[in-house]
Design a protein around this ligand. Structure first.
Ligand code: BES
Ligand code: ZN
Length: 622
């Protein structure tokens, strides 16, 4: 694998595209940002900040290059809980103070910052400090890290949290380049979604450049006692020392994943691809920060069984980071395409059966979500209003989006569909698009070009109707059918023979056990297969959830320690949701939560509190 140079996006010469873009409906407005990009936008950010662990704040200045589209004399930026101390503007490098106003806080969007820029300024600079409670940052004390010697901090900007640590036009419709100079405690390493230092020095002052234009939600930072281990010339692991070797082993297939994706969908355009393994409180499985995906340590399972997460975050280097959803209503354009590409990578590496099992597990999660979600949250072009996008998070953009693409692949044939996708990534590289633009592109480049039975009405049904169309693909897996047959035999007293079962088969088995399974059978399973003690975070999660439902008390201590050591929202929130169903469990869960809370990320805190302290009950002991 040769190290690839970043390539300047060459927009497809195709005139067809130009016509199409002009014909497409005007881009829908992003209701989650106060930025008015049609008046003035920002093309480059320079951050000069200190990461201050004493005060848990990021402090300094954000300077922007301005691009004027009208004669507007002010710019609107998004902020949340930021303290703004000063604003300046420059005309040809000559800086002077200017006035600004900070509006009342909107509960989901934060505060609009309006800065006067006159009619000549070509740059604006904001001096600011973040709040210790910034929704997009987590600050960990040395005791909360594995090494116990140094503190740790990291950002999670998607969806609308960049504004809690940078005053910014926080909409994915914007793309900007950035550079940064960051100062922190000597001895700590700072990394960003940019070019990162690979050497041994830890001077506490670092410079970064991200020369490719990215949306603000992909600006990322982390600081801590990080070791580095290279997998090859292009890929390295950044992590605390205790896990760096294990992670390098677990994710050793990453270079092959890059090769496979390049062969299918075109060149990887981001130079290096490194992985940062975070502390266990990282609220997501992964985050596709360009050049440096952020990864939960809970997928370092010792058997490489959860590496579809790496395929997923890598896939975002095409779907999401090259071609970006223009608003959070269009999240499926990021996540549906990425889930599809992820599954194609897994298929190429590990075969059809493996990929089918993963698709099938996703399908089961989607069906569970469709059961509980209101109709507006079941459509791909989400009806968000001004709700925080985090509150509508579900499997719909992911798995319904993925099934839509599987459906198109089946209807048009893999060869045609692959060609289409490759062209799509090239045509929209470094652009943000909405669902209407995508629909017009599908019509012109797929429906009109290849014979099929797919009508535009069918496309509309996928995009705008709740639930799934009757002819949607229904993933199935032979391996899972065999698991189900074994389950039936075992329930009638037969032996379970899981020798050779993968993590996926175990998950399918546990998730599909009948809810009236007897206490004796629970104990029998646990005795034979040590499920309570499973060190696989997904298997333990599935088992602990069942244990709550079945009131299987021997799993209590493990449940407590699981909730106290892991902060990944997807793994802990379903357990709290299950615990909240009975008064005894709820009060036990509140106790555990009070202990766990300080170690949880703000996002996991807010989801867990929504479950354990719903609005109508007392919140005094929160
Ligand atoms: N970009 C997402 C995480 C995200 C989505 C953060 C929306 C904020 C708002 C990331 O790529 C992701 O999807 N992670 C999944 C991975 C899984 C589907 C393999 C996760 O964290 O579980
Ligand atoms: Zn994703």
């Amino acid at each position: 694998m040769s190290l690839k140079q970043p390539i300047k996006p060459v927009l497809a010469a195709a005139c067809a595209l130009v016509t199409l873009a002009n014909a497409a409906p005007a881009m829908s407005k992003d209701l989650h940002s106060y930025a008015a990009l049609d008046q003035v936008s920002t093309s480059h950010l320079h951050l000069a900040v200190t990461v201050d662990f004493e005060r848990s704040e990021v402090r300094g200045s954000a300077s922007y290059d301005l691009v004027r589209h009208t004669d507007a004399s002010e710019i609107h930026l998004d902020t949340r809980e930021l303290t703004i101390s000063k604003a300046e503007i420059a005309v040809n490098g000559d800086w002077q103070d200017t006035t600004f106003t900070l509006a009342e806080a909107h509960p989901a969007l934060g505060q609009k910052l309006t800065v006067q820029i006159g009619d000549k300024a070509d740059k604006v600079r904001i001096h600011y400090a973040s709040a210790p409670t910034a929704s997009g940052l987590q600050w960990l004390t040395p005791e909360q890290t594995a090494g116990k010697q140094q503190p740790f901090m990291f950002s999670q900007s998607q969806a609308i949290h960049a504004r809690s640590w940078i005053p910014i036009q926080d909409t994915p419709a914007l793309r900007l380049t950035y550079s940064a100079e960051v100062t922190t405690k000597p001895g700590l390493l700072v990394v960003m979604s940019a070019n990162n230092p690979l050497g041994d020095e830890r001077p506490g002052r670092y410079e970064f450049a991200m020369p490719q234009a990215i949306p603000p939600y992909l600006i990322a930072i982390a600081a801590g006692d990080l070791a580095i281990k290279e997998i090859n010339q292009q890929v390295a692991i950044f992590a605390e020392q205790y896990i760096v070797d294990a992670a390098a082993w677990e994710f050793a297939d990453t270079p092959r994943m890059i090769d496979i994706t390049e062969q299918m969908y075109g060149p990887y355009l981001w130079d290096r691809y490194d992985l940062l393994v975070l502390p266990p409180s990282f609220p997501f499985g992964g985050m596709e920060n360009p050049r440096l995906s952020f990864i939960t340590p809970t997928v370092v399972s010792g058997d490489r069984s959860l590496i579809n997460l790496i395929a997923h975050e890598l896939a975002h280097s095409w779907s999401g980071n090259l071609v970006t959803n223009a608003t959070w209503r269009d999240l499926w354009i990021n996540e549906g395409f990425t889930s599809y590409v992820e599954n194609r990578i897994m298929e190429a590496l590990f075969g059809t059966e493996h990929a089918q099992m993963e698709l099938s597990l996703g399908y089961q999660d989607l069906m569970a979500d469709l059961q509980r979600l209101p109709e507006g949250d079941q459509v791909m072009h989400l009806e968000l209003g001004q709700r925080d996008p985090d509150d509508a998070f579900s499997q719909v953009p992911y798995v319904k989006g993925q099934l839509f693409l599987v459906y198109l692949e089946q209807q048009f044939g893999r060869q045609n569909f692959d060609k289409f996708l490759r062209q799509y990534f090239a045509d929209f590289a470094f652009k943000s698009i909405d669902t209407a633009t995508l629909k017009a592109y599908l019509q012109a480049e797929l429906l009109a070009k290849y014979p099929s039975e797919v009508t535009i009405a069918k496309i509309d049904q996928w995009l705008h109707q709740p639930g799934l169309p009757v002819d949607a693909p229904r993933p199935s897996s032979d391996a899972f059918t065999k698991v189900e047959q074994q389950t039936q035999r075992w329930l009638k007293g037969g032996q379970l023979q899981p020798a050779g079962w993968t993590t996926h088969e175990w998950l399918h088995f546990i998730n599909n056990l009948p809810l009236d399974i007897s206490a004796v059978n629970m104990a029998r399973l646990d005795r034979e297969f040590k499920l309570t003690d499973s060190q696989n975070s997904e298997i333990a999660h599935a088992w602990l959830k069942l244990a709550i439902i079945k009131k299987y008390e021997p799993a209590r201590d493990r449940l407590r320690s699981y909730l106290l050591t892991i902060g990944r929202n997807k793994l802990v929130s379903p357990l709290y949701r299950e615990l909240a169903r009975t008064p005894d469990n709820l009060s036990w869960a509140r106790d555990v939560y009070q202990q766990a809370k300080a170690g949880y990320h703000p996002l996991t805190q807010s989801v867990a509190e929504g479950l354990l302290y719903p609005a109508d009950t007392t919140t005094e002991d929160k």
